[in-house]
Write a protein that binds this ligand. Structure first.
Ligand SMILES: NC(=O)c1ccc[n+]([C@@H]2O[C@H](COP(=O)([O-])OP(=O)(O)OC[C@H]3O[C@@H](n4cnc5c(N)ncnc54)[C@H](O)[C@@H]3O)[C@@H](O)[C@H]2O)c1
Length: 331
């Protein structure tokens, strides 16, 4: 497959630490970035990519085929609308947008432009999650009854991973706090693992520890159309040294427990507990494969082979965004 020429809009933490290395590892090329920050453009130049301060110049770059958007959340909409008008393929970071109305506008732009669009749910590409999904589909859990997720971290007021301002604690830029930042991964994983999305949702948020205005923790409960219950505890107030990334899927025949698989990095563990015998067995998966690299490979392959685009759906991702909005009680 001919290497894909990638552009990145918003060259901060996730773009530098995870996406740029993933593009390299997948054998593709990072050709250009768009970022108003001179420091971010200098970081991109260090990777051999052209830096553009404004989107028009970036869009005129003929080598950019696919664009990864990793700006603060409230800027996703404007970028997607411009890229859709320009006919570029787009992989946009989660959450789709800071507010539901922006996500709805993005879907309209994607449809009007007829572009290939995906939301960057990298955790779909973690090999442990792929293995779980196969075994659930094969019936290893019997009737699935519940998904239980803990996805938490410590995010203080001064938190910054790439020297950027901490937009995550600003409701206008982020759209909320721990709930909008962390819960979309789990909500999307429920759909990915079970093959059906959560239909009904409710949540309680807390502002318990941190000294900023957005929620620093949330507990969400949901139910799929067929009746599987899901619970998600997400938090910005959990010390990073504690166990804080856990994904369980429970059924009448067994239980899968994945630890430290949710996130941006390879590895973690997956265990199957047999419901008849109580026996516990470790489940093997490729512990070296990065979910970001696998995400780049899959998107690039679908760019070259349109039949593979069925794995992506802007409408499905809009539903996930709607769940986030409903969880906040915004309807
Ligand atoms: N999938 C994941 O695991 C994951 C992990 C981290 C972040 N994210 C998402 O990625 C996005 C970025 O997060 P981050 O932590 O990298 O943020 P960041 O603050 O580190 O980086 C944001 C970058 O966007 C740039 N920017 C600001 N305004 C811009 C504009 N108008 N045009 C282009 N660039 C602009 C900033 O200069 C900065 O370089 C968010 O939507 C976040 O939710 C996803």
């Amino acid at each position: 497959m001919a290497p894909v020429g990638w552009g990145i809009v918003g060259y901060g933490w996730v773009a530098r630490d995870y996406m740029a290395p993933a593009i390299r590892e997948a054998g593709h090329r990072l050709v250009a970035v768009c970022d108003p920050s001179p420091e971010s453009r200098a970081a991109a130049a260090g990777q051999g990519a052209r830096g553009h301060a404004d989107l028009d110049a970036f869009l005129a770059d003929p080598e950019v085929e696919a664009v990864y958007i990793a700006t603060p959340n409230h800027l996703h909409r404007g970028a997607v609308e411009a890229l859709a008008r320009a006919g570029k393929a787009v992989l946009c970071e989660k959450p789709m947008a800071a507010v539901l109305a922006d996500a709805e506008a993005m879907v309209r732009a994607v449809e009007a432009g007829g572009i290939f669009y995906g939301t960057a749910f990298d955790q779909r590409h973690h090999p442990a999650h792929r293995r779980m999904r196969e075994r659930i589909a094969a019936g290893d859990l019997g009737t699935v009854t519940a998904v239980r997720i803990v996805y938490a971290c410590w995010l203080g007021r001064e938190w910054s991973a790439a020297g950027q301002p901490n937009w995550r604690i600003d409701a206008g830029q982020a759209g909320g706090g721990a709930l909008i930042d962390l819960a979309p991964h789990g909500l999307d994983l429920v759909d990915f693992l079970l093959g059906e999305p959560i239909a009904d949702i409710a949540a309680l948020t807390q502002s318990r520890v941190q000294d900023y205005a957005v929620d620093d923790g949330a507990l969400l409960i949901g139910r799929t159309g067929s009746g599987v219950l899901a619970s998600l505890n997400v938090a910005y107030n959990c010390p990073d040294a504690l166990p804080r990334r856990r994904l369980e899927v429970l059924g009448t025949k067994g239980l899968f427990v994945a630890e430290n698989t949710m996130g941006q990095t390879p590895g973690g563990s997956l265990t199957f507990h047999d419901g008849a015998t109580g026996r516990t067995e470790p489940v093997a998966f490729d512990g070296q494969a990065s979910p970001f690299t696998e995400q780049v490979r899959a998107f690039g392959s679908a760019l070259r082979h349109p039949a593979e685009r069925d794995a992506y759906s802007a409408a499905r991702d809009l539903h996930t965004m709607r769940l986030v909005s409903e969880a906040y009680g915004r309807g």
